[in-house]
Design a protein around this ligand. Structure first.
Ligand SMILES: Cc1cc2nc3c(=O)[nH]c(=O)nc-3n(C[C@H](O)[C@H](O)[C@H](O)COP(=O)(O)O)c2cc1C
Length: 347
């Protein structure tokens, strides 16, 4: 396939002029500012919900409500700034997954991106027998054809409906990675390998439900040439995260953006996050301290991640990424993809 012109991205009755999804970036990185800017330019802007309530005054005592309130505010702020397509990213691993999904659907967002776990159980507060009638599109984020198959099989049986598109995130993505450490450099798990596998796995469902299911490639996509390469492999769009961090419109603090801009290739490390997944991080004093075995003392106001072993983890990932340190300009961890550094440092 040759691509002379960037195609549009159609998901059901919605059409984005530019086939670029801005990846949801939690802990205050992608909120209404970045989301609306991307949507105004014809892409799909995405508000991330991880840690969204941490900026509310009562997050420590009333976390679930604080998350919901903050999400509602950000959606309304984004909608006031754009008529473009906006989505919300919700991690399945979050303890308040159900209440955030309900809130985003009630607020009428165009799309939900559901990752960090398999979204096979939707909240019962949604009209589960009429999912197709909802204006909100459901888009799981997967890292393998097997994960996509499980989700589609369960949805087809349980909801008689299938998701509207799929994001395939490869091992070079910023943020938590849905791979084992040893798989990160294994060519069998490269995005170029898993993308066509996912596309193939979805074919029978596209036929059975007579529905086009666009597959969106993510992880390490940075330039126009990268976009072209993955679209030639069959992706109907791309999702990009890191590329948007150092933009003016990004909601992160100036300090956070500067850390990205000043980062050198050798500053990148793979860490074992307390979430139980590997992740790419920018080396700093804090990471050196915890990786040498020091356990940070912290109070867990509520178990924000369903699976967190909060009594035994060496530190709280939520706090490490936000409130306590980020707001003081001592960002602990900036997720970034190492091979992007060279190009991000180019003038
Ligand atoms: C700072 C940062 C925070 C992220 N937070 C989330 C998140 O909360 N939920 C999620 O599903 N993905 C998250 N991601 C992943 C992005 O949505 C996107 O899929 C990924 O960054 C794509 O790879 P790229 O950074 O190489 O473009 C995050 C990525 C970054 C860089």
């Amino acid at each position: 396939m040759t691509l002379k012109k960037l195609p549009t991205l159609r998901i059901g009755d919605l059409e984005a002029k530019i086939p670029i999804v801005q990846g949801g970036m939690g802990v205050g990185i992608s909120l209404s500012g970045l989301t609306s800017a991307v949507a105004n330019l014809g892409g799909i802007g995405v508000i991330a919900t991880a840690g969204i309530g941490q900026f509310e005054p009562d997050w420590d005592t009333n976390s679930e409500e604080a998350d919901k309130r903050a999400l509602q505010k950000e959606i309304r702020k984004a909608k006031a700034k754009t008529d473009g397509i906006i989505g919300v990213n919700i991690m399945v691993a979050l303890s308040d997954f159900g209440s955030l999904v309900k809130c985003a659907v009630d607020e009428g967002v165009n799309m939900l991106f559901l990752g960090a776990g398999l979204p096979i159980r939707l909240p019962r507060t949604l009209p589960l027998d009429r999912l197709a009638e909802l204006p909100t599109k459901f888009i799981p984020i997967v890292s393998s054809a097997r994960a996509a198959e499980i989700i589609f099989k369960v949805w087809a049986k349980r909801y008689r409906h299938i998701p509207d598109a799929v994001v395939v995130e490869g091992p070079l993505a910023g943020g938590h990675l849905g791979f084992k450490r040893e798989q990160l450099d294994d060519p069998d798990y490269a995005l170029e390998k898993i993308l066509p596998e996912v596309i193939l796995a979805l074919k029978p469902y596209e036929e059975k439900f007579n529905k086009n299911i666009p597959v969106i490639a993510a992880g390490g996509i940075y330039t126009g040439a990268d976009i072209h390469r993955f679209m030639r492999l069959g992706a109907q769009a791309v999702q990009m995260g890191t590329r948007f961090v150092a933009t003016y419109e990004c909601d992160a603090s100036q300090k956070f953006k500067e850390i990205y801009l000043n980062c050198k290739k050798e500053d990148i490390v793979i860490i074992d996050s307390p979430v139980g997944l590997p992740g790419r991080a920018i080396r700093n004093e804090f990471l050196e301290r915890v990786s040498s075995g020091v356990k940070e003392t912290f109070k867990c106001p509520w178990k924000c991640l369903k699976s967190c072993d909060f009594k035994n983890v060496p530190y709280c990932i939520g706090r490490a990424l936000t409130k306590d340190l980020l707001l003081q300009g001592q960002t602990l961890i900036g997720w970034i993809k190492s091979s992007q550094l060279k190009s991000s440092l180019r003038p």
